[in-house]
Design a protein around this ligand. Structure first.
Ligand SMILES: [Zn+2]
Length: 305
């Protein structure tokens, strides 16, 4: 529905302006990724694996409150269009030249891009090293990605300090200083800041195999219920007598992408349940996260002041 409203609101000239903004924004993102030491690995990874960046308002793709999200199943990183719009509006009110906007926003969102691409790198490493997919969120996965958020942020600010100062300092930068402050203290402070952001995300290192399996089972159950609801909705639509109502309801269901999303999501979790049912696989996963996090702390922990 939302997509329809947007299309109606866009005049041809506005649509063209929008398309050229997006093109410029993508170009600036790729260019910025290539300019920092902390993102070189990220750029070559996305190029090698053909991972796309998509600006999206679909809550089936990205939760309303998230800035960015990476999804293995789609090989895509999603950037929340609403956040990008907020940044654009603020820059517009501060009379920043239109031509400057894509570049400024690309740099502001670069830490998020670094974070999301790190998820992709971590998942690929698990597949390569452990021989199975671990396609669900975990606190360890988030911690590893948050280290990228702060490393990229630090380097991005060093490279373009003006983008974070005066009239270019925006509300969407809100959490930047808290993250940097925690990181400058120590990795534990960063962990303490990150954990409350993900209250329902399980920790592979903290949970036993049985506890972890219970979490996966709950996720499978929840997805089976969602899937059953979508199947039921589809059946009800098919049974509608009025062709106009049937077409309308079908369009709404199709627009929400619920059918495909719920099916893919359930299949993914059932596969995961199969893999995680084996205690040896869970032990391998624990070992993997433990060594990754230790290596990160050794390599990137700031010198205490
Ligand atoms: Zn994340």
């Amino acid at each position: 529905m939302r997509a329809l409203v947007l299309i109606l609101a866009l005049t041809p000239a506005r649509a063209q302006e929008e398309a050229s903004f997006r093109k410029a924004f993508y170009r600036e993102c790729v260019s910025a990724l290539g300019q920092l030491d902390s993102t070189k690995e990220h750029l070559s990874f996305v190029l090698k694996h053909g991972i796309d960046l998509q600006i999206s308002t679909s809550t089936a793709k990205i939760p309303a409150q998230a800035v960015g999200l990476y999804r293995d199943a789609d090989k895509k990183m999603y950037i929340n269009e609403d956040i990008l719009d907020k940044g654009r509006r603020e820059l517009y009110y501060r009379s920043v030249e239109d031509a400057e906007v894509p570049k400024i926003l690309a740099w502001k969102l670069l830490p998020t891009l670094g974070h999301e691409i790190r998820h992709a790198i971590t998942h690929e490493k698990i597949r390569r090293q452990l021989g199975f997919s671990f396609d669900m969120p975990s606190l360890e996965d988030e911690m590893i990605s948050f280290v990228d958020t702060v490393r990229v942020l630090e380097e991005a600010i060093q490279k373009n300090p003006d983008f974070w100062l005066g009239r270019l300092s925006l509300r969407i930068d809100g959490s930047d200083s808290a993250l940097l402050g925690a990181w400058k203290k120590n990795p534990t402070a960063l962990k303490q800041l990150v954990e409350p952001l993900y209250p329902i995300t399980p920790s592979v290192l903290d949970l036993t195999h049985a506890e972890f399996l219970a979490r996966v089972d709950a996720s499978v159950k929840e997805r089976r219920e969602t899937r059953a609801m979508v199947v039921k909705a589809q059946k009800l639509i098919t049974e509608l007598k009025d062709p106009a109502a049937r077409a309308r309801e079908q369009r709404l269901l199709d627009d929400s992408e619920a059918d495909q999303t719920s099916r893919v999501d359930l299949e993914r979790f059932e596969r995961l349940r199969g893999v995680m049912g084996d205690p040896a696989n869970y032990a391998k996963l624990k070992k993997f996260f433990k060594s990754q996090i230790q290596a990160l702390i050794r390599k990137t922990a700031p010198v205490p002041q």
